[in-house]
Design a protein around this ligand. Structure first.
Ligand SMILES: [Zn+2]
Length: 64
């Protein structure tokens, strides 16, 4: 399964799931310069959606 990743000029990483990144075309999306992140770069740098990672931590209890 490959989730489409995006990143912003500020180094934030998000995916296309609702709430994980600004909606394309919105002011935030444009101002923060969100762009698609190619899969190879993501894999090489072990990048992943920050919101998804946070969700997983919440589900598993994560580090306290
Ligand atoms: Zn996500």
């Amino acid at each position: 399964m490959t989730a489409r990743l995006f990143w912003s000029e500020r180094g934030q990483i998000g995916c296309a799931r609702p709430g994980h990144m600004p909606f394309p075309g919105t002011d935030t999306f444009v101002w923060e310069r969100w762009e698609p992140l190619d899969e190879e770069t993501a894999r090489k740098n072990r990048l992943r959606c920050e919101s998804c990672a946070a969700d997983e931590l919440r589900k598993t209890g994560g580090p306290r």
